[in-house]
Write a protein that binds this ligand. Structure first.
Ligand code: 1BO
Length: 272
């Protein structure tokens, strides 16, 4: 496993995303992923699966200290006292004394960022989280957050895959020493039917999904593919035995389009 170092955190470069995984399927996938070598699990309060993620971690029998667990605070809990209460409730559901990374899930302009970040930093100081960070933050928001937070932010978790250009966010993260964590790294499965990716993939004896994940990791990006299929778990982690050449890296980077974003809501910020 490769790791991405960011402001004191050491984040396994491939993690398991659990958005939309629920109940026993979620617990089983988490357990199986850990048995197959995953060491990074991503959940969130809003996913309503923290309990099952915790169950999966315990059933795997892998030492908790060897696993990097991320959760996120939902935007309705960004007032300082709410944030701390919400983080503690997440830990109760996970049945863990701390998480490795606690994120603000989306920006919320209704609550002053300085107050929310103050509470997030306090969560770290209280030992509820080893590291803190943000998600779905734009360049301007990253810059604001970095200047307002008195604890280092270790990542911005955003949608990133070959069809979505994240050059600006990537540069802002690098400038701040933060990692970019990519959700939907295989574009919700769309890459699997892409002829150009299939051509590149076949030249390495790999799948299109593996090539996408490798393309991300070679940019020092952390990727958290989600799957509910046990057989896909191995595929998504078997990307450390080959390297994409520069021409292939550039060809994949050129696949981005203006309509590449797959996750967008009425409450999203104005994207870069
Ligand atoms: C609403 C959840 C988006 C990805 O974490």
């Amino acid at each position: 496993m490769l790791y991405v170092e960011a402001n004191g955190a050491r984040i396994p470069a491939i993690g398991l995303g659990t958005w939309e995984l629920r109940g026993r399927t979620c617990a089983r996938i988490v357990e199986q992923a850990l048995r197959l070598g995953y060491r990074h699990i991503d959940t969130a309060q809003i996913y309503e699966n923290e309990r099952e993620v915790g169950d999966g971690v315990r059933s795997s029998r892998i030492r908790r200290s060897d696993i990097f667990v991320t959760t996120k605070v939902w935007t309705t809990h960004f007032a300082p006292n709410d944030l701390l209460r919400s983080a503690k409730e997440s830990l109760v559901r996970l049945r863990m004394p701390e998480v490795d990374l606690l994120l603000l899930h989306w920006p919320n302009p209704q609550v002053p960022l300085v107050e929310t970040l103050g509470a997030l930093a306090q969560a770290k100081q209280l030992g509820l989280a080893r590291h803190i960070g943000v998600s779905n933050f734009t360049v301007a928001l990253i810059e604001q957050a970095v200047s307002l937070c008195h604890e280092p932010l270790v990542c911005d978790q955003v949608e990133y895959h070959p069809y979505l250009d994240q050059t600006k966010v990537r540069a802002a993260c690098a400038q701040a020493g933060m990692a970019l964590v990519a959700y939907s790294p295989i574009a919700k499965g769309n890459v699997k039917t892409d002829m150009a990716l299939a051509r590149i993939a076949s030249s390495y004896g790999k799948s299109a999904a593996q090539v996408c994940l490798r393309w991300l990791v070679q940019q020092n990006v952390v990727a958290i593919p989600r799957t509910s299929k046990i057989e896909r778990l191995s595929e998504n982690i078997e990307i450390f035995d080959f390297a994409l050449g520069d021409a292939d890296m550039n060809e994949i980077s050129a696949m981005a389009t203006a309509r590449g974003r797959l996750t967008d809501f009425g409450f999203s910020p104005k994207w870069d």
